[in-house]
Design a protein around this ligand. Sequence first.
Ligand SMILES: [Zn+2]
Length: 324
Amino acid sequence: MQTPVFLDHLPDIDAVAGQKPAQYRLERNKALLELMLDQSTVWHDRNACPACDQDTTQNPFFSQTMMEFRRCMNCNSIYAARVPGQTTIDRLRLDHIQARAADAGGDREFEFTSLLNWISLTEARLERKLDRVLDIRFATQAPAWPDATERLSHNRSWDFLELTPESDDFSALEAAVAKAAPKAILMPAELDRVADPAALLSALKAAATPGTVIFVASSCADGLEYEILGADSPSFVPLDRLTVFSVKGFETLSTKLGLQVLEISTPGRLDAVILDRYFKSAENTAIPFWSSFFREADKNRLRDLQILLQRSLKSGVLRFVLET
Ligand SMILES: [Zn+2]
């Protein structure tokens, strides 16, 4: 199994910590609050870790602000102790995407290139032609994405499966995957947002022909940002993070579902920058070692730290390449 390191440039701090991400978090938290106050919302309890099945009563609280989250003692994944139905989650997400349509796209070019490079590099490593790719709902989340594939991805044909108000169970998704019969499936932004990640992965496995390669990404509970800041982490937006898998947790789940794990990486490039910003702005925060580490850090030190995190599979995004 491969564990590649991605040597990307560190982003500009304003891109990470500007007004937009703060506004985004507030909007999502407002939607969650309304959902919690709505008496008609149906919630489903999660009695076990969605990654490794460890009993929820064994797992300590990760957060009790707004929603209850647990951190699995066995695999380190973080998960909401109860989740709304998939239809409700999808509706809120589509509302939110529509409301923000005006300022969507634009500054995500880096992310797009990174995804396309990931597929190209894996294709070369596997020595297998992945010339027909099916995108699962990332085009809904990032409206500029199909245009980016048109401009930047010339050796592949692309299909885009959008999120629709009728997408609630995964049977329509199964039918669409079977019809498209792709060589590869790309799913960079779904796993942490759905009520039942195992059901989504099972649907993909059931519908894809054997030997289909699945590129899946998610936020990563092993990231240094989560380890140090916990639920204060800027990346922790509860409604978008119903499950935050650890590397071990997602590997366990994939294997249990009969998927072969070909490659694991944590290509995050934001951890060092986010922590740097946190420690330089929070005057009263004194965490042994890390406070002075970041206060004295320059760009080179941050970059070295980010490479170290990737090598150790400890940065804030995880990527798996799976085979059905
Ligand atoms: Zn677990």
